[in-house]
Design a protein around this ligand. Sequence first.
Ligand code: PRP
Length: 184
Amino acid sequence: MNSDHLSADISEVLLDEDSIHARLAEVAAEVDRDYAGRDLLLVGVLKGAVVVMADFIRHLNSHVTMDWMAISSYGSGTKSSGVVRILKDVDIDLTDKDVLIVEDILDTGLTLSWLMENLRSRGPASVEVFTFLRKPEAVQVELEPKYVGFDIPNEFVVGYGLDYAEQYRNMRQVGVLRPSVYGR
Ligand code: PRP
């Protein structure tokens, strides 16, 4: 049963607000440097990446554009299958753009690996990934994101955009969800 207070459903806070913002500032400084003078397009993947994108772009000092995709993974239950359907595509033409995909989490990596291949087929100058979180123990594909916010253990995490049953996205920290909440 969910409690009224988000934090009561969390067994451990993995990342607090200060660490998140300090890390976003570091990554943003790297991106500013790496893409200086280039035509950078940030592509966020709905819905999890909304929170990290909103904070991340405000740490950047360069001119950037932003667009969004919504994709749905055909899978059994909560597991990614790598078979992906585009529900909402980007509005901006990717030709000759330096594309940086912004994701909340790289779990198995199947979603991102499909997405990179799909975007690369559209004639961009480059396609790279910034994933806020990565679970190194869960990754099933060879995929090296250019930027990783934090490596985390293979736990059920929520908050800062990440959901359980569409809830907890508005929590300011990243925390481990108590198993009692999802019935284990
Ligand atoms: C999450 C996350 C990635 C994907 C990662 O999306 O945002 O897109 O799963 O999993 P993978 O590495 O195993 O492929 P989800 O389908 O939960 O949608 P959401 O962003 O709307 O929460």
